[in-house]
Ligand binder design. Structure first.
Ligand code: BG6
Ligand code: MG
Length: 218
């Protein structure tokens, strides 16, 4: 039996509720464009890159724009998102996340962060948790966004751990698909309806205990 050697965490929606800030910023842009945009539509944006999210939003609204306009509007959305991030306080980290990571480290488990966001480093700094991670991989370092496995494979290779010995924590359907395509185990954070393909689905990150890793051994 092979034990899990590394845990790779998504950021937005797994470590902190920045997924909600992304939603609020996209919703504001949708309102400006006269696009009806619901939390259900937002599920499709989770985990995917900024420009891929822009395309999904326009598809929802049946709107076509030039690349130049798409770029301009995505930048506008990012300005609003960054405003939220700048007002964040360290206490916004989800309860139990820090303790879980510390416990995993005590067991000798390597810890990675793999986020599609180009703002990941800033969010980690706001929470004062950057030093908890052995490796941080973000949207500035990959070509292909989740559901492509690139980001998780890069995190595993930088950690020096084989993909099969990694478990990913993800709140996005695209992220669960990416983790499985990378040949990794996956714990879904959220609802079974959306994340049912994961090896295990829990409501919040703190529902996972370090001892639960043994159940994911293969
Ligand atoms: C992911 C979020 O983590 O990052 C997506 O789940 C977001 O909602 C994506 O679109 C890109 O983020 P950013 O900060 O680079 O626009
Ligand atoms: Mg996420």
């Amino acid at each position: 039996m092979t034990l899990i050697k590394a845990c790779i965490f998504d950021l937005d929606g797994v470590i902190v509720d920045t997924a909600h800030y992304h939603f609020l910023a996209w919703k504001r842009l949708a309102d400006e464009l006269g696009i009806a945009f619901t939390p259900e539509d937002n599920e499709r944006l989770k985990g995917v890159s900024r420009m891929a999210s822009m395309d999904i939003l326009l598809e929802v609204g049946g709107v076509t724009l030039s690349d130049h306009d798409k770029e301009r509007l995505a930048n506008k959305k990012n300005t609003w998102f960054v405003d939220y991030v700048e007002r964040m306080v360290p206490e916004e980290i989800f309860p139990g996340v820090k303790q879980l990571i510390e416990k995993l480290k005590e067991k000798g488990i390597k810890i990675g962060l793999a986020s599609s966001s180009k703002n990941a480093k800033t969010v980690l700094q706001r929470l004062y948790v950057e030093p908890l991670f052995d490796v941080v991989v973000d949207g500035t370092m990959v070509k292909n966004s989740k559901p492509d496995p690139e980001i998780f494979l890069l995190a595993a290779s930088r950690l020096g751990i084989a993909p099969a010995d990694c478990v990913v924590f993800e709140d996005a359907e695209a992220g669960v698909e990416a983790a499985l395509a990378a040949g990794m185990k996956c714990v879904g954070i959220g609802s079974r309806d959306q994340l049912g393909k994961a090896d295990r689905v829990i409501r919040t990150t703190s529902d996972f205990q370090a001892a639960d890793l043994a159940t994911l051994a293969h």
